[in-house]
Design a protein around this ligand. Sequence first.
Ligand SMILES: Cc1cc2nc3c(=O)[nH]c(=O)nc-3n(C[C@H](O)[C@H](O)[C@H](O)COP(=O)(O)OP(=O)(O)OC[C@H]3O[C@@H](n4cnc5c(N)ncnc54)[C@H](O)[C@@H]3O)c2cc1C
Length: 385
Amino acid sequence: MGRSAVVVGGGVGGLAVAIGLRRIGWGVTVLERASALQDAGAGISLAANGLRALDALGVGAAVRQASRGQYSGGTRTPRGGWLARLDGAALEKAVGTPIRGIRRSALHRLLRQALPAGTLLTGSEAAAVRQTGPGTVRVDCGDTALDADLVVAADGVGSRVRGLLFPDHPGPVYSGSTVLRAVTGEPVDLPTDFELTWGHGAEFGHIAFPDGRAEWHAVLSLPAGTRFDDPLAALRRRFHHWHDPIPALLDAVPAEAVLHHDVHELRTPLPSYTAGRIALLGDAAHAMTPHLGQGACQALEDAVTLAASLAAGPTVDAALVRYDAERRPRSQQVARAARQAGRLGQQLSRPWAVALRNTAMRLAPSRATVRTVLRHHDWVPPRLG
Ligand SMILES: Cc1cc2nc3c(=O)[nH]c(=O)nc-3n(C[C@H](O)[C@H](O)[C@H](O)COP(=O)(O)OP(=O)(O)OC[C@H]3O[C@@H](n4cnc5c(N)ncnc54)[C@H](O)[C@@H]3O)c2cc1C
């Protein structure tokens, strides 16, 4: 009889691992607590490592088609001066692709379409997971109990499964940054594919999509739970003197389109990504700040690595040991780097520190910038059997 897995969570990580498991011949059920598949978030950047993982899952071509290469842009000051230029062509030469921007809803749709109907069960919240024998694990979901050879917990930053497996772990903490973002209702005239602008304790950025629309995001250092009665008015006040096209981007969305989330991260690294026949994956295992745009890319790496490890065998238990050994050091290192990038980027607020950083960035040769980026992007997926 074939092997079976239950995946808890139908986000990018859960859907990706379900595709990977099916490609190696496993039966898979994905439990997603949301009853409607919403347009979670606005846009996302996928770097070479994430795109290579998607290639290994057989959906890379479709994602490339639905996304836009980030060839132009970079990091700017609020007055519009350039701190670093994005060299998409150099990245393409080095790793075969520039970073690509895609709407989250499009990425989710493409991942869902790669799964047979009936694999993803929405409105299905996993309440508990427990080992019921040396090789079996059970998920309680409403009135139903699902038995499987493996449970993959891809239930996000607030992972309930992680809490059950590691009750002494402190869990996620507030990163100090809150994010407001939206997608423009219509195409906008943008001079670049991707930009970040750093002020004192604030960042504004955009990602352009193939249809000419764009997402923008504003990241602010504020106490957790800060909310605005009128978010767009608050952002206009905060960013009114920042360079074009920032004011125009703020004007291009209706007030109700603005999403606002506090960013939490798993600052204390987990001691293991597996416990018995349960594997943690994506934000459940290593929620990181968005400052490197690597959270989903790391979830995609996890998904391919887990499937490849199970395909290589010789046993499920041996494969899980290898998954933990391969994924924990790398993803935790990327999470540390993301935190550091936030501290030196968006979160830096003392004027002398901002001036020092800006000078260092202006003097850095673009080759050095590309080399730094490649440290995280140049990942080669294992073969799926
Ligand atoms: C502002 C921002 C910008 C970002 N930008 C980028 C970027 O440009 N590039 C990038 O690579 N990453 C980016 N990230 C990170 C990326 O969004 C996450 O790392 C990624 O979405 C994690 O995917 P996941 O599947 O692990 O978790 P999630 O996407 O959180 O999915 C978890 C799913 O599990 C479900 N769930 C939870 N509990 C249960 C349960 N008990 N039973 C059933 N279902 C459950 C949830 O409803 C959810 O659908 C960004 C993050 C933020 C906050």
